[in-house]
Ligand binder design. Structure first.
Ligand code: SAM
Length: 245
């Protein structure tokens, strides 16, 4: 995969491009601030309301979300780790299965929203504030791992360290499930720095690395056995694999 500059690039599919130079560390920190400030309005993304109401894609988007929910409802056994759980849309589903779910996120307000959603759905999961890049779990202590819409925010240089950290905590032969956004015609990788608005009018830079099937296979294959990747409604991509035994 080629390195690309972290500025001034966007397909305009979802958001316009951020047009100032930003180094990787500034972007990573800005992402954490942006998402935590977005916590109380994040549900709009799932519902296609407010800033995320896009008539041209709403129908496919909502149909795709329903398919993802079905897929996750059938995922997991034993001790399940969710990385970057956000407001807990997926956490609630994982917890509904009655499995032992532990979910982490870096944003305190995201974790508050997540707890609210768990309570609302009358399900339980253990929530932890931690970085996805340094997982506070013992080696081989997790049976299954899920992360939704986080991998596309992992800078290229952090992809291998991040996947190595996932591989460390998940037992050999454990199951991993990834959901993310993609672009309809994309096969490989498209890296953007986007201008992301919030309801209060503030604008935040966000790194978004879209993967197509071939691009995602290329980065996951070194860590994966029985890898399956598929696109859903052209807007989402899922990957399932087992960690190497
Ligand atoms: C696009 S949101 C996805 C949230 C959730 N998985 C979902 O699909 O609704 C990305 C999430 O990553 C979290 N995040 C960003 N950087 C992080 C980091 N270094 N460690 C853990 N979580 C992080 C944000 O707080 C945010 O909740």
């Amino acid at each position: 995969m080629s390195e690309q500059p972290l500025t001034g690039k966007s397909t305009g599919f979802d958001y316009p491009a951020w047009d100032e130079e930003l180094d990787g560390e500034t972007l990573k920190q800005s992402m954490q601030v942006y998402y935590d400030e977005r916590a109380s309005e994040y549900v709009d993304w799932f519902l296609r309301t407010g800033l995320y109401d896009r008539p041209e894609t709403n129908e496919g988007f909502l149909a795709g979300i329903r398919q993802l929910e079905q897929e996750l409802g059938a995922f997991g056994e034993g001790r399940i780790l969710e990385i970057a759980c956000g407001i807990g849309w997926w956490t609630s589903l994982l917890a509904q299965s009655g499995h032992d779910v532990v979910a982490l996120d870096y944003g305190p307000r995201m974790l508050t929203e997540c707890q609210k959603r768990l309570t609302l759905n009358n399900v339980q999961a253990r929530l932890i504030r931690a970085s996805a890049y340094s997982l506070p779990f013992a080696t081989n202590s997790i049976d299954c791992c899920f992360f939704g819409f986080f991998f596309s925010h992992v800078p290229h240089e952090d992809v291998v360290p991040f996947l190595s950290e996932v591989e460390r905590v998940v037992r050999p032969g454990g199951h991993v499930c990834i959901f993310d956004s993609t672009l309809p015609p994309l096969d490989f990788v498209e890296t953007e720095v986007q201008r992301r608005p919030l309801r209060d009018g503030s604008i935040h830079p966000a790194l978004k690395v879209y993967y197509g099937e071939k691009g995602l296979a290329q980065v996951l294959e070194p860590f994966a056995e029985n890898l399956t990747i598929r696109k859903i409604e052209g807007l989402f991509i899922t990957a399932r694999f087992q960690t190497k035994a």
